[in-house]
Design a protein around this ligand. Structure first.
Ligand code: NI
Length: 175
């Protein structure tokens, strides 16, 4: 397992639709492991493959507090098959937009169908934080960031700050 660099917005890679994986093989399992390690190293609760520059439909989600014995979810080709009509608004952030948050409205509960790391088809009923996280990560696979759910004004403000921070990093020679 390895921690990989995370792609920061704005980047065309984050706006590109990812393609389904053909099978969960050792390559996909390795990617999932690196994603879990990268997510944990950055104290995230979810990560999508495009954030590592890989345009495959793969996400990982870990919403339960660490040390509770729960395992992170590793999902290939996840699909929402049901969403609750009930909506909730909550504050979201994203490892590709560090330091920024915004209030996003989403379905309160969802059912997601996916293929796990063993190649088994599964279905998960998620609600609360887990449901929000699943929707956020699945958005990434379609090139959608949480800022795309905000007003254009707020979105542009955050993206401008990201560009400015990138320029600053380039100028000071930081990574
Ligand atoms: Ni994100």
């Amino acid at each position: 397992m390895a921690v990989r660099p995370i792609i920061l917005a704005p980047d065309p890679m984050l706006k590109t639709r990812a393609r389904p994986v053909r099978a969960v093989d050792d390559g996909v399992r390795g990617l999932m492991d690196d994603m879990v390690e990268t997510m944990r190293a950055n104290n995230g609760i979810g990560l999508a493959a495009p954030q590592l520059g890989v345009l495959d439909r793969v996400v990982v989600v870990e919403c339960a507090p660490r040390g509770t014995g729960s395992q992170p979810l590793r999902m290939a080709n996840p699909e929402l098959v049901a969403v609750s009509p009930e909506r909730v608004v909550s504050e979201e952030g994203c490892l590709s937009l560090p330091g920024h948050v915004g209030e996003v409205e989403r379905a309160r509960a969802v059912t997601v169908r996916y293929i796990d790391e063993t190649g088994t088809k599964r279905s998960l009923d998620a609600e609360g934080l887990e449901a929000i996280c699943v929707q956020h990560e699945l958005d990434h696979l379609d090139g959608i960031l949480f800022v795309d759910h905000l007003s254009p004004l707020r979105r542009n403000m955050i993206l401008k700050k990201m560009v400015k921070a990138r320029r600053e990093r380039a100028r000071t020679g930081a990574a």
